[in-house]
Design a binder for this molecule. Structure first.
Ligand SMILES: C=CC1=C(C)c2cc3[nH]c(cc4nc(cc5[nH]c(cc1n2)c(C)c5CCC(=O)O)C(CCC(=O)O)=C4C)c(C)c3C=C
Ligand code: FE2
Ligand code: FE2
Length: 347
Protein backbone atom coordinates (compact mmCIF):
# COMPACT_ATOMS: atom_id res chain seq x y z
CA UNK A 1 0.00 0.00 0.00
CA UNK A 2 1.23 3.48 -0.89
CA UNK A 3 0.45 6.56 1.21
CA UNK A 4 -0.66 9.79 -0.49
CA UNK A 5 2.53 11.54 0.62
CA UNK A 6 4.56 9.09 -1.49
CA UNK A 7 2.79 9.82 -4.82
CA UNK A 8 3.75 12.21 -7.64
CA UNK A 9 1.86 13.27 -10.77
CA UNK A 10 3.11 14.03 -14.29
CA UNK A 11 0.95 15.84 -16.85
CA UNK A 12 2.31 14.75 -20.22
CA UNK A 13 1.56 16.76 -23.35
CA UNK A 14 2.88 16.62 -26.92
CA UNK A 15 5.55 19.33 -26.83
CA UNK A 16 6.75 22.19 -29.04
CA UNK A 17 10.07 23.39 -30.43
CA UNK A 18 12.34 25.19 -27.94
CA UNK A 19 12.04 28.37 -30.00
CA UNK A 20 10.77 29.52 -33.38
CA UNK A 21 14.30 29.44 -34.87
CA UNK A 22 14.43 27.11 -37.88
CA UNK A 23 17.12 24.78 -36.38
CA UNK A 24 14.98 24.28 -33.24
CA UNK A 25 11.88 23.64 -35.31
CA UNK A 26 13.87 21.18 -37.46
CA UNK A 27 15.09 19.29 -34.37
CA UNK A 28 11.53 19.09 -33.03
CA UNK A 29 10.02 17.95 -36.32
CA UNK A 30 12.73 15.30 -36.71
CA UNK A 31 12.06 13.87 -33.26
CA UNK A 32 8.29 14.03 -33.79
CA UNK A 33 8.11 12.59 -37.27
CA UNK A 34 10.78 9.91 -36.73
CA UNK A 35 8.50 8.47 -34.03
CA UNK A 36 7.43 5.09 -35.44
CA UNK A 37 3.95 5.58 -34.01
CA UNK A 38 3.47 8.87 -35.90
CA UNK A 39 4.93 7.87 -39.26
CA UNK A 40 4.91 4.11 -39.20
CA UNK A 41 6.89 3.28 -42.34
CA UNK A 42 9.96 1.00 -42.14
CA UNK A 43 12.87 2.80 -40.43
CA UNK A 44 15.11 3.39 -43.48
CA UNK A 45 12.27 4.62 -45.68
CA UNK A 46 11.03 6.84 -42.82
CA UNK A 47 14.50 8.29 -42.32
CA UNK A 48 14.93 9.12 -46.00
CA UNK A 49 11.42 10.58 -46.25
CA UNK A 50 11.61 12.64 -43.05
CA UNK A 51 15.24 13.81 -43.16
CA UNK A 52 15.46 14.13 -46.92
CA UNK A 53 12.05 15.47 -47.93
CA UNK A 54 9.46 16.37 -45.27
CA UNK A 55 11.53 18.22 -42.66
CA UNK A 56 13.68 20.26 -45.11
CA UNK A 57 10.48 21.27 -46.96
CA UNK A 58 8.41 21.92 -43.86
CA UNK A 59 10.75 23.45 -41.29
CA UNK A 60 10.76 27.03 -42.55
CA UNK A 61 7.02 27.22 -43.08
CA UNK A 62 6.40 25.58 -39.73
CA UNK A 63 8.82 28.02 -38.00
CA UNK A 64 6.92 30.92 -39.58
CA UNK A 65 3.61 29.51 -38.34
CA UNK A 66 5.04 29.06 -34.83
CA UNK A 67 6.36 32.66 -34.90
CA UNK A 68 2.85 33.90 -35.64
CA UNK A 69 1.36 32.31 -32.49
CA UNK A 70 4.38 32.36 -30.12
CA UNK A 71 3.85 34.10 -26.76
CA UNK A 72 6.30 36.24 -24.83
CA UNK A 73 6.99 33.35 -22.45
CA UNK A 74 7.14 30.63 -25.09
CA UNK A 75 5.01 28.13 -26.99
CA UNK A 76 1.30 28.44 -26.08
CA UNK A 77 1.05 24.67 -25.63
CA UNK A 78 3.88 24.63 -23.11
CA UNK A 79 2.87 27.82 -21.31
CA UNK A 80 -0.71 26.56 -20.98
CA UNK A 81 0.39 23.12 -19.80
CA UNK A 82 2.53 24.76 -17.11
CA UNK A 83 -0.42 26.93 -16.08
CA UNK A 84 -2.48 23.74 -15.84
CA UNK A 85 0.24 22.17 -13.69
CA UNK A 86 0.11 25.17 -11.31
CA UNK A 87 -3.69 25.00 -11.10
CA UNK A 88 -3.71 21.23 -10.42
CA UNK A 89 -0.87 21.64 -7.93
CA UNK A 90 -2.91 24.30 -6.12
CA UNK A 91 -5.74 21.79 -5.61
CA UNK A 92 -3.69 18.70 -4.76
CA UNK A 93 -1.32 17.95 -1.91
CA UNK A 94 1.02 15.82 -4.04
CA UNK A 95 3.80 17.19 -6.29
CA UNK A 96 2.82 17.76 -9.93
CA UNK A 97 5.31 17.96 -12.83
CA UNK A 98 4.99 18.55 -16.58
CA UNK A 99 6.60 16.44 -19.32
CA UNK A 100 6.47 16.56 -23.10
CA UNK A 101 6.57 13.63 -25.52
CA UNK A 102 8.84 15.62 -27.84
CA UNK A 103 11.26 18.35 -26.84
CA UNK A 104 11.32 19.77 -23.32
CA UNK A 105 10.74 19.21 -20.47
CA UNK A 106 11.74 15.58 -21.05
CA UNK A 107 9.88 12.90 -19.02
CA UNK A 108 13.17 11.81 -17.41
CA UNK A 109 13.54 15.32 -15.96
CA UNK A 110 9.97 15.17 -14.65
CA UNK A 111 10.54 11.78 -12.98
CA UNK A 112 13.82 13.02 -11.45
CA UNK A 113 12.21 16.25 -10.22
CA UNK A 114 9.56 14.22 -8.42
CA UNK A 115 12.27 12.08 -6.83
CA UNK A 116 14.18 15.20 -5.76
CA UNK A 117 11.01 16.57 -4.15
CA UNK A 118 10.38 13.25 -2.44
CA UNK A 119 13.16 10.63 -2.29
CA UNK A 120 10.61 8.26 -0.66
CA UNK A 121 8.47 8.36 -3.82
CA UNK A 122 6.52 5.10 -4.19
CA UNK A 123 4.26 5.83 -7.16
CA UNK A 124 4.09 8.18 -10.15
CA UNK A 125 0.79 8.75 -11.94
CA UNK A 126 1.19 9.89 -15.54
CA UNK A 127 -1.75 11.62 -17.22
CA UNK A 128 -1.24 11.77 -21.01
CA UNK A 129 -3.12 14.94 -21.97
CA UNK A 130 -5.04 13.25 -24.79
CA UNK A 131 -8.70 12.43 -24.30
CA UNK A 132 -8.69 9.87 -27.15
CA UNK A 133 -6.57 6.83 -27.94
CA UNK A 134 -4.45 7.14 -31.08
CA UNK A 135 -1.21 5.38 -31.85
CA UNK A 136 0.28 8.79 -32.71
CA UNK A 137 -0.87 10.58 -29.53
CA UNK A 138 -1.92 8.70 -26.37
CA UNK A 139 -0.11 5.46 -27.19
CA UNK A 140 3.26 7.03 -28.01
CA UNK A 141 3.14 9.20 -24.85
CA UNK A 142 2.26 6.25 -22.61
CA UNK A 143 4.82 3.93 -24.21
CA UNK A 144 7.55 6.58 -23.99
CA UNK A 145 6.88 7.13 -20.29
CA UNK A 146 7.14 3.34 -19.78
CA UNK A 147 10.33 3.13 -21.86
CA UNK A 148 12.08 5.78 -19.76
CA UNK A 149 10.79 4.26 -16.53
CA UNK A 150 12.32 0.90 -17.51
CA UNK A 151 15.56 2.41 -18.82
CA UNK A 152 16.15 4.35 -15.60
CA UNK A 153 15.18 1.34 -13.44
CA UNK A 154 13.14 3.52 -11.10
CA UNK A 155 11.92 1.73 -7.99
CA UNK A 156 8.56 3.51 -7.73
CA UNK A 157 5.42 2.15 -9.33
CA UNK A 158 4.22 3.74 -12.60
CA UNK A 159 0.47 4.19 -13.25
CA UNK A 160 -0.86 5.65 -16.47
CA UNK A 161 -4.36 7.15 -16.65
CA UNK A 162 -6.37 5.76 -19.61
CA UNK A 163 -8.04 7.95 -22.28
CA UNK A 164 -10.97 9.86 -20.81
CA UNK A 165 -13.02 10.62 -23.96
CA UNK A 166 -16.33 9.60 -22.35
CA UNK A 167 -15.62 10.43 -18.71
CA UNK A 168 -18.41 12.66 -17.35
CA UNK A 169 -16.01 15.18 -15.77
CA UNK A 170 -14.22 15.75 -19.10
CA UNK A 171 -17.48 15.88 -21.08
CA UNK A 172 -18.97 18.36 -18.59
CA UNK A 173 -15.84 20.53 -18.76
CA UNK A 174 -15.91 20.64 -22.59
CA UNK A 175 -19.67 21.37 -22.61
CA UNK A 176 -19.40 24.13 -20.00
CA UNK A 177 -16.41 25.70 -21.77
CA UNK A 178 -18.59 25.88 -24.90
CA UNK A 179 -21.83 27.04 -23.30
CA UNK A 180 -21.06 30.81 -23.18
CA UNK A 181 -20.35 30.76 -26.93
CA UNK A 182 -23.75 29.22 -27.66
CA UNK A 183 -25.41 32.43 -26.43
CA UNK A 184 -24.43 34.11 -29.69
CA UNK A 185 -26.28 33.50 -32.92
CA UNK A 186 -24.82 30.51 -34.82
CA UNK A 187 -25.83 28.14 -37.61
CA UNK A 188 -23.50 25.24 -36.91
CA UNK A 189 -21.00 23.85 -34.39
CA UNK A 190 -18.03 22.02 -35.90
CA UNK A 191 -16.08 19.58 -33.72
CA UNK A 192 -12.72 19.65 -35.51
CA UNK A 193 -10.37 16.88 -34.36
CA UNK A 194 -6.72 16.34 -35.29
CA UNK A 195 -6.76 13.78 -38.10
CA UNK A 196 -4.86 10.52 -38.45
CA UNK A 197 -4.33 8.30 -41.51
CA UNK A 198 -7.24 5.88 -42.08
CA UNK A 199 -4.57 3.20 -42.24
CA UNK A 200 -3.72 3.84 -38.57
CA UNK A 201 -7.36 3.17 -37.67
CA UNK A 202 -7.32 -0.17 -39.53
CA UNK A 203 -3.95 -1.07 -38.04
CA UNK A 204 -5.19 -0.42 -34.50
CA UNK A 205 -8.33 -2.54 -34.97
CA UNK A 206 -7.75 -5.47 -32.59
CA UNK A 207 -10.52 -7.49 -34.26
CA UNK A 208 -9.01 -6.99 -37.71
CA UNK A 209 -12.51 -6.81 -39.20
CA UNK A 210 -14.39 -3.87 -37.69
CA UNK A 211 -13.03 -0.34 -38.14
CA UNK A 212 -13.90 1.29 -41.49
CA UNK A 213 -15.16 -2.13 -42.64
CA UNK A 214 -18.52 -2.58 -40.87
CA UNK A 215 -21.27 -0.11 -41.84
CA UNK A 216 -21.46 2.70 -39.26
CA UNK A 217 -18.60 0.94 -37.42
CA UNK A 218 -18.27 3.57 -34.67
CA UNK A 219 -21.81 2.82 -33.47
CA UNK A 220 -21.65 -1.00 -33.69
CA UNK A 221 -20.45 -2.60 -30.44
CA UNK A 222 -16.90 -3.92 -30.80
CA UNK A 223 -13.73 -4.65 -28.83
CA UNK A 224 -12.00 -2.38 -31.38
CA UNK A 225 -13.44 0.74 -29.75
CA UNK A 226 -10.96 0.65 -26.87
CA UNK A 227 -8.19 1.65 -29.29
CA UNK A 228 -10.20 3.42 -31.99
CA UNK A 229 -9.67 7.16 -32.32
CA UNK A 230 -12.59 7.56 -34.73
CA UNK A 231 -15.02 5.85 -32.35
CA UNK A 232 -13.78 7.80 -29.36
CA UNK A 233 -13.95 11.27 -30.96
CA UNK A 234 -17.44 10.43 -32.23
CA UNK A 235 -18.58 9.54 -28.71
CA UNK A 236 -17.06 12.72 -27.25
CA UNK A 237 -18.92 14.89 -29.76
CA UNK A 238 -22.20 13.02 -29.22
CA UNK A 239 -21.97 13.26 -25.43
CA UNK A 240 -21.07 16.96 -25.50
CA UNK A 241 -23.81 17.73 -28.02
CA UNK A 242 -26.34 15.82 -25.86
CA UNK A 243 -25.20 17.65 -22.74
CA UNK A 244 -25.69 20.99 -24.50
CA UNK A 245 -28.96 19.94 -26.14
CA UNK A 246 -27.64 20.69 -29.65
CA UNK A 247 -30.07 19.50 -32.33
CA UNK A 248 -28.44 16.86 -34.60
CA UNK A 249 -28.58 19.10 -37.70
CA UNK A 250 -26.70 21.88 -35.89
CA UNK A 251 -23.37 20.09 -35.38
CA UNK A 252 -20.84 17.89 -37.14
CA UNK A 253 -17.39 16.32 -36.90
CA UNK A 254 -14.33 16.89 -39.10
CA UNK A 255 -10.58 16.19 -39.10
CA UNK A 256 -7.76 18.69 -39.52
CA UNK A 257 -3.97 18.92 -39.87
CA UNK A 258 -3.53 16.32 -42.63
CA UNK A 259 0.08 15.70 -43.64
CA UNK A 260 1.21 13.71 -46.69
CA UNK A 261 -0.69 12.02 -49.47
CA UNK A 262 -2.40 9.16 -47.67
CA UNK A 263 -6.14 9.14 -47.03
CA UNK A 264 -6.80 10.52 -43.54
CA UNK A 265 -10.04 10.40 -41.56
CA UNK A 266 -12.80 12.33 -43.31
CA UNK A 267 -14.42 14.76 -43.73
CA UNK A 268 -11.45 17.12 -43.79
CA UNK A 269 -11.94 20.37 -41.85
CA UNK A 270 -10.29 22.38 -44.65
CA UNK A 271 -12.87 21.14 -47.19
CA UNK A 272 -15.85 21.76 -44.91
CA UNK A 273 -14.76 25.32 -44.18
CA UNK A 274 -15.08 25.98 -47.93
CA UNK A 275 -18.45 24.27 -48.40
CA UNK A 276 -20.39 25.06 -45.19
CA UNK A 277 -21.18 28.69 -46.14
CA UNK A 278 -22.59 27.47 -49.48
CA UNK A 279 -24.95 25.19 -47.53
CA UNK A 280 -26.26 28.18 -45.57
CA UNK A 281 -24.13 27.48 -42.49
CA UNK A 282 -22.64 30.94 -42.42
CA UNK A 283 -22.24 31.53 -38.70
CA UNK A 284 -19.83 28.97 -37.38
CA UNK A 285 -18.52 27.89 -33.98
CA UNK A 286 -15.47 25.59 -34.02
CA UNK A 287 -14.32 23.53 -31.05
CA UNK A 288 -11.28 21.22 -30.97
CA UNK A 289 -11.72 18.70 -28.14
CA UNK A 290 -8.74 16.47 -29.09
CA UNK A 291 -6.47 19.24 -27.84
CA UNK A 292 -6.77 20.14 -24.19
CA UNK A 293 -4.38 23.09 -24.57
CA UNK A 294 -4.43 25.66 -27.33
CA UNK A 295 -1.54 25.12 -29.71
CA UNK A 296 -0.35 25.70 -33.25
CA UNK A 297 -3.17 23.57 -34.65
CA UNK A 298 -5.91 25.63 -32.99
CA UNK A 299 -4.40 29.13 -32.86
CA UNK A 300 -3.01 29.14 -36.39
CA UNK A 301 -4.59 26.38 -38.46
CA UNK A 302 -8.14 26.99 -37.19
CA UNK A 303 -8.29 30.53 -35.77
CA UNK A 304 -6.29 32.15 -38.59
CA UNK A 305 -6.12 29.95 -41.71
CA UNK A 306 -9.46 28.27 -41.10
CA UNK A 307 -11.22 31.54 -40.41
CA UNK A 308 -9.73 33.15 -43.57
CA UNK A 309 -10.91 30.24 -45.67
CA UNK A 310 -14.42 30.18 -44.18
CA UNK A 311 -14.91 33.93 -44.49
CA UNK A 312 -13.56 34.13 -48.03
CA UNK A 313 -15.96 31.36 -49.05
CA UNK A 314 -19.01 33.33 -47.94
CA UNK A 315 -19.08 32.88 -44.17
CA UNK A 316 -20.55 35.65 -41.97
CA UNK A 317 -18.97 34.87 -38.62
CA UNK A 318 -16.39 32.40 -37.36
CA UNK A 319 -15.66 31.78 -33.68
CA UNK A 320 -13.04 29.39 -32.38
CA UNK A 321 -13.90 28.17 -28.91
CA UNK A 322 -10.71 27.99 -26.80
CA UNK A 323 -9.45 24.60 -25.61
CA UNK A 324 -9.98 23.61 -21.98
CA UNK A 325 -6.62 25.15 -21.02
CA UNK A 326 -7.06 26.03 -17.31
CA UNK A 327 -10.85 25.92 -17.16
CA UNK A 328 -11.79 25.25 -13.49
CA UNK A 329 -13.95 22.26 -14.45
CA UNK A 330 -11.03 20.74 -16.36
CA UNK A 331 -8.71 21.28 -13.39
CA UNK A 332 -11.32 19.59 -11.17
CA UNK A 333 -11.61 16.71 -13.66
CA UNK A 334 -7.85 16.09 -13.50
CA UNK A 335 -7.85 16.24 -9.71
CA UNK A 336 -10.74 13.75 -9.72
CA UNK A 337 -8.98 11.28 -12.09
CA UNK A 338 -5.75 11.41 -10.05
CA UNK A 339 -7.61 11.02 -6.76
CA UNK A 340 -9.54 8.04 -8.16
CA UNK A 341 -6.28 6.23 -8.92
CA UNK A 342 -4.81 7.17 -5.54
CA UNK A 343 -7.92 6.11 -3.63
CA UNK A 344 -7.95 2.78 -5.44
CA UNK A 345 -4.39 2.08 -4.35
CA UNK A 346 -3.46 4.20 -1.36
CA UNK A 347 -4.06 4.05 2.39
C1 LIG B 1 1.83 12.00 -39.68
C2 LIG B 1 1.82 13.11 -39.01
C3 LIG B 1 1.03 13.41 -37.79
C4 LIG B 1 0.10 12.65 -37.07
C5 LIG B 1 -0.40 11.25 -37.36
C6 LIG B 1 -0.32 13.44 -35.96
C7 LIG B 1 -1.26 13.06 -34.98
C8 LIG B 1 -1.65 13.83 -33.89
N1 LIG B 1 -1.12 15.03 -33.49
C9 LIG B 1 -1.80 15.50 -32.36
C10 LIG B 1 -1.59 16.69 -31.68
C11 LIG B 1 -0.79 17.76 -32.13
N2 LIG B 1 -0.06 17.81 -33.29
C12 LIG B 1 0.59 19.01 -33.36
C13 LIG B 1 1.44 19.44 -34.35
C14 LIG B 1 1.90 18.65 -35.40
N3 LIG B 1 1.39 17.42 -35.82
C15 LIG B 1 2.16 16.95 -36.87
C16 LIG B 1 1.99 15.71 -37.52
C17 LIG B 1 1.16 14.66 -37.11
N4 LIG B 1 0.34 14.63 -36.02
C18 LIG B 1 3.18 17.93 -37.15
C19 LIG B 1 4.22 17.81 -38.22
C20 LIG B 1 3.03 18.96 -36.23
C21 LIG B 1 3.95 20.17 -36.05
C22 LIG B 1 3.52 21.41 -36.60
C23 LIG B 1 3.51 21.43 -38.09
O1 LIG B 1 4.58 21.50 -38.70
O2 LIG B 1 2.40 21.37 -38.63
C24 LIG B 1 0.27 19.79 -32.19
C25 LIG B 1 0.72 21.22 -31.89
C26 LIG B 1 2.08 21.29 -31.24
C27 LIG B 1 2.46 22.69 -30.84
O3 LIG B 1 3.65 22.91 -30.58
O4 LIG B 1 1.63 23.59 -30.74
C28 LIG B 1 -0.57 19.01 -31.42
C29 LIG B 1 -1.15 19.36 -30.07
C30 LIG B 1 -2.77 14.51 -32.04
C31 LIG B 1 -3.74 14.63 -30.87
C32 LIG B 1 -2.68 13.49 -32.98
C33 LIG B 1 -3.46 12.25 -33.14
C34 LIG B 1 -4.67 12.08 -32.73
FE1 FE2 C 1 -0.13 16.38 -34.87
FE1 FE2 D 1 -13.26 2.01 -35.10
Amino acid sequence: MVSKSEVGIILMNLGSPDSTAVPDVKRYLLEFLMDKRVIDYPWLFRKILIEGIIVPRRAEKSAEAYSSIWWEDGSPLIVLTKQLQAAVQHDMDVPVEVAMRYGNPHPEVAFDNLLKKNPQLKEVIVLPLYPHYAMSSYETAAEYAKEIYKKKKYKFKLSIIPPFYDEPAYIDAVAESMRPFLQQSYDYVLFSYHGVPERHIRKGDVTGSHCLKVTDCCHVKSAAHQYCYRHQVTITAELVAAKLGLPREKWGISFQSRLGREEWLKPYTAGLLETLPKEGKKKLLVVCPAFVSDCLETLEEIAVEGKDSFMSNGGDSFTMIPCLNVHPMWVSAIVKYCNQIMQAETV
